[in-house]
Ligand binder design. Structure first.
Ligand code: UDX
Length: 439
């Protein structure tokens, strides 16, 4: 361990092992380093083995913008074993993960006594409130980090308090938020039996919050001012978003590609060249994030929608999802289409050729589209995405949401095409997004 000056404040941050949680946490750590703080980022050996299959690929501190990175055991130490345990019994996985990480973290913190630069704060994902117990044991300040929106935290908090009754059916009125219908609330508050384990995890976020020194949100006041006013005053809230690399927030910064921790390997190089050949605002970008799995029927409806549109498109389809696409679609992919297993989404969204983002509305994706000024077609799948989609369409008016038909959850190709056309041909959201991005 590199020794640092006694006077430099040292912050430890633990990453929750999912892409949508890693990205904002990593960006936050980079900002702390830029402010002159010492940061040690801790994640699991399973994550290390996924990102860096061989030792030669391991980053050093200069790769990671000066962040020191350490790896501890989650009891599995292998992403395949993690995936198998999650598939078998996710509740058991979460418990095993908690016990193993807690033990490893304690062991790790015991070694810090020898460091010149003692850690003072531990930042932890709000899904791991038990890290506050570890913080207390070692006399560290705890900072709970919410990677979803303030609106979503608010509704889960009220559900936890029994103010919002579960399951949410019909309409629900929540202070500081627009009137929500059941289709607008996070899926685990609506379909409580189907998502009972996720619900338990998300309600646990508030367990130790009163003991946290800070409650961090990957959001910003101008975006969620109304709901921020209604969150409990005893929480020491700090909005730290948008947690986007500064090179994308300030285009004048002429920085090279930003360093990321990708669980899936992004396409290198070819996408940029492909985009460079396209006209401004002419390309549709499609991604459903790192976790959502479309039903086969839904994947096919998206494919058939794309087959007939006149716009160029990039569709991120993670490897296991590809088999759901019609064979003739893959084999006769139109010249104007590109299918990728993963990309640098920020690089794509910030390319001038992108004119619309068909998105599942994961919170990071929404913030990234907003910061890049790209209007959205919202096609939420589960978790917090329906609430984010509600805000995209009705509050910030930076996109439109696909409508479900009476018969079920599959969005038909015509509806998908209609929404894309509204955004790309008729510029329905153009004025609003310009207003909101410059506001
Ligand atoms: C999920 C949730 O839905 C999200 O709202 C929650 O806060 C975290 O867990 P996920 O489904 O992965 O996350 O979506 P999102 O929050 O949008 O995060 C995906 C991240 O992966 C984004 O930062 C995006 O830039 C990145 N990404 C996605 C890539 O870098 N490349 C891709 O090809 C696709």
């Amino acid at each position: 361990m590199e020794r640092q000056s006694d006077h430099q404040a040292h912050i430890i941050s633990f990453l929750f092992p999912a892409q949508g949680h890693i990205n904002p946490n990593l960006q936050f750590c980079k900002r702390l380093v830029a402010k002159g703080l010492k940061v040690t980022l801790i994640t699991t050996i399973s994550i290390r083995n996924t990102i860096y299959p061989s030792k030669s690929q391991m980053p050093d501190e200069s790769d990671l913008s000066g962040i020191n990175i350490e790896f501890i055991s989650d009891g599995f130490n292998d992403a395949k074993k993690v995936a198998a345990q999650i598939a078998e019994d996710i509740d058991a996985y979460l418990e095993l993960f908690k016990v193993a990480v807690m033990q490893s973290l304690i062991k790790f913190l015991q070694t810090t006594g020898e460091w010149d630069c003692q850690p003072k704060v531990i930042v932890y994902d709000s899904n791991m409130p038990w890290i506050q117990d570890v913080a207390d044991q070692f006399g560290l300040y705890g900072a709970a980090f919410f990677t979803a929106s303030c609106a979503v935290a608010n509704i889960f908090h009220l559900a936890n308090e029994g103010v919002v009754k579960l399951p949410v059916e019909g309409q629900v009125s929540v202070p500081g938020m627009p009137l929500l219908e059941s289709k607008d609330v996070p899926s685990s508050l609506h379909e409580v039996t189907c998502y009972s384990i996720i619900l338990k995890l998300l309600l646990s976020q508030f367990d130790n919050l009163s003991r946290a020194k800070w409650v961090l949100f990957s959001s910003f006041d101008q975006l969620e001012g109304e709901v921020l006013k209604t969150l409990p005053s005893q929480w020491a809230i700090k909005t730290i978003g948008p947690t986007i690399p500064s090179m994308y927030l300030d285009k004048r910064l002429n920085t090279d590609r930003d360093y990321g921790l990708y669980l899936l390997k992004p396409d290198e190089g070819t996408t940029k060249a492909w985009l460079n050949a396209k006209k401004e605002g002419s390309v549709l970008y499609i991604s459903f994030g790192s976790l959502a799995n479309l039903s086969e029927e839904q994947a096919q409806e998206v494919a058939y929608a794309l087959k007939t549109i006149k716009h160029s498109f990039i569709w991120v389809v993670r490897e296991p999802e590809r088999k759901k696409l019609p064979t003739d679609f893959i084999e006769n992919l139109p010249d104007n289409g590109l299918i990728l297993s993963w990309c640098s989404q920020l690089e794509v969204l910030n390319h001038s050729a992108i004119g619309c983002f068909l998105t599942h509305c994961g919170w990071n994706s929404v913030l990234e589209a907003l910061s890049a000024g790209v209007p959205m077609v919202a096609m939420p799948q589960w978790m917090d995405q329906p609430t984010n989609a509600k805000y995209v369409e009705d509050v910030w008016k930076v996109g439109i949401r696909v409508k479900t038909n009476q018969s079920g959850k599959v969005i038909p190709r015509d509806e998908i095409n209609h929404c894309i056309s509204q955004v790309m041909d008729e510029g329905t959201t153009k004025r609003d997004i310009e207003h909101s991005c410059h506001g």
